[in-house]
Design a binder for this molecule. Structure first.
Ligand code: NPW
Ligand code: ADP
Ligand code: K
Length: 466
């Protein structure tokens, strides 16, 4: 895993480069490693394709000269189009070693393969004017597009587009993955993503979500030691059932649904606890054996739902807040501060905006900020899920299946995180395990699955973690 899965911002990448230089490397040596590694990858995946490499003024452009020269030496037909003269010493040196054809923007014509070395982590503003026009002409005219480090026009730390950016077939990250490699809209434009190791070993508080080991139940375990998950239901009963079924398949020893007396359990083993009013709920949730409470899926947003949420928040027990519970909480996240029991919040982007008020351009930074303000673990869902804790640590999930974009999959995630919490007793770890299993179960379920089929694949995902 590139840089051991640590994701670096543009500033952290610069620090990493300085660290390597202080330890005896040089920018040109790093550029050489990056460029020849990228050229090897391009050659291996698409040999002998006529290629146009577009080089910008900075070190991303410098990489382009190294890549073009390496491809030329392998026997490829390669041309370079330069948008400007190199402005760094390393890029100047790389250019001086180029032995092939060099074109101006006006002279260049599209080739089958377009290699984008215009801008990388040094992009400071939108690409515009004549340069943007030629970038689109030359990239759109190619059949295969490869971005070096990042597609030009992408903001490294947020993954947002500063200008219109082409779709790529392959993006080759250099040294370490950056936030934009996993955050949308950028990540969705990148095609396949690979990394070239140039010796960077820098630690960051942001990491890529990794598979974590899950322990099998021990010989002396029983249903209560593995954990009792309590799900508080509301009028949309299916949502609570999905959370409960998912919790049951994710390692909970016991799952109970606390609901009105007309509620029917989704199966024979999930127990329904009748609670016809808030008073009864409060009394029944006092059960010491309850390890975690899930509230929100299908809860509703009326005054009764609010009373149920208030009752749950009065109880000092670990809690997973999802869906309507988050909308009811709104910007009063300070209510969670100071609790002695851990809390996870699992908002999608609409719920996140209600909790935080919005305004941050980086999904990672926004999630870390909300975690710090609330004291909760935040699972900021979407096609690019970010998990943050109040200490400033963040984990970014790699997107697996677009088929997850269907109603009910979020209810499932809430139940999964709760079940992992009853086993691990660590909410940040539980959120990561739940998210990993959710993504992996989706991959294993194949195309066009229903939430019920997703639940059926959780066990196969767990199998891979034992
Ligand atoms: N870090 C490492 O360890 C290694 C990094 N490496 C590589 O270096 C890359 C980073 O290089 P970098 O810092 O030189 O920045 P880069 O992306 O080439 O662009 C900066 C240039 O573009 C200009 N410019 C900016 N925006 C512009 C715009 N909209 N329109 C027009 N111009 C614009 C800006 O000029 P200015 O803003 O001053 O006008 C400056 O001249 C990194 O992505 C990776 O590929 C590897 O070689 C090996 C090791
Ligand atoms: N395009 C996508 N790729 C990957 N995961 C996705 C995508 N769209 C949604 N998801 C995931 O699916 C789940 C949807 O949750 P949510 O919006 O709360 O749905 P619901 O409330 O209907 O259950 C989240 O875990 C989210 O991260
Ligand atoms: K680039």
């Amino acid at each position: 895993m590139l840089n051991n899965g640590h994701i670096l911002t543009a500033a952290e990448m610069q620090e990493a480069e300085q660290h390597l230089i202080a330890n005896g490397s040089s920018v040109i040596a790093l550029m050489d490693r990056a460029g020849s590694g990228a050229a090897d990858y391009i050659w291996r995946t698409a040999p002998h394709i006529p290629t146009l490499v577009i080089c910008g003024p900075g070190n991303n452009g410098g990489d382009g000269y190294v890549i073009a020269q390496a491809l030329l030496e392998k026997g490829a037909i390669v041309k370079i189009v330069a948008s400007a003269e190199p402005s760094t010493d390393a890029a100047k040196t790389a250019k001086s070693l180029w032995q092939g054809v060099m074109l101006s923007l006006e002279e260049a014509e599209p080739e089958m393969q377009f290699v984008d070395c215009l801008f990388g982590t040094g992009l400071t503003r939108p690409v515009s004017g004549n340069l943007l026009k030629h970038y689109h002409r030359l990239s759109n005219g190619a059949q295969r597009r490869v971005a070096i480090d990042l597609p030009s026009g992408i903001e490294t730390d947020t993954g947002s587009r500063l200008n219109e950016v082409s779709n790529y077939d392959l993006t080759i990250a250099l040294g370490a993955y950056k936030p934009a490699h996993y955050l949308n809209p950028a990540a969705a434009l990148m095609g396949d993503r690979v990394g070239v190791d140039i010796g960077v070993r820098s630690v960051s508080q942001t990491k890529l979500l990794a598979r974590r080991t899950i322990a099998e139940p021990g010989k002396t375990d029983h249903k209560y030691s593995r954990g009792l998950v309590a799900i508080v239901a509301g009028p949309m009963k299916g949502a609570a059932k999905l959370s409960a079924l998912a919790a049951q398949r994710s390692g909970a020893g016991y799952v109970k649904i606390f609901a009105g007396s007309d509620f029917e359990s989704p199966n024979h083993s999930i127990v329904t606890v009748p609670c016809d009013d808030v008073k009864q709920l409060r009394a029944k949730l006092a059960d010491e054996r309850i390890g975690v409470i899930v509230i929100g899926p299908g809860l509703g947003r009326d005054s009764n739902a609010k009373q149920l949420l208030d009752a749950v928040l009065e109880i000092e027990k670990p809690v997973v807040l999802d869906a309507d519970a988050l909308m009811l909480l709104g910007d009063e996240v300070h209510r969670l501060q100071g609790r002695s029991s851990p809390v996870a919040m699992t908002p999608h982007s609409g719920e996140f905006a209600a909790l935080s008020g919005g305004g941050e351009s980086s999904k990672i930074y926004a999630s870390v900020k909300l975690a710090a303000q609330s004291g909760a673990v935040v699972v900021h869902k979407g096609s690019d899920t970010v998990i943050a804790n109040p200490m400033g640590d963040a984990v970014v999930a790699q997107q697996t299946s677009n088929w997850l974009s269907t109603a009910g999959t979020g209810d499932i995630l809430a139940g999964m995180i709760a079940a992992r919490f009853t086993n691990e007793k660590d909410m940040f770890l539980a959120a990561q395990q739940g998210q990993w299993l959710h993504s992996r179960a989706a991959s294993l379920a194949g195309p066009s699955f229903s939430p019920e089929i997703l639940i059926d694949h959780i066990a196969k995902a767990i199998q891979e973690c034992l």
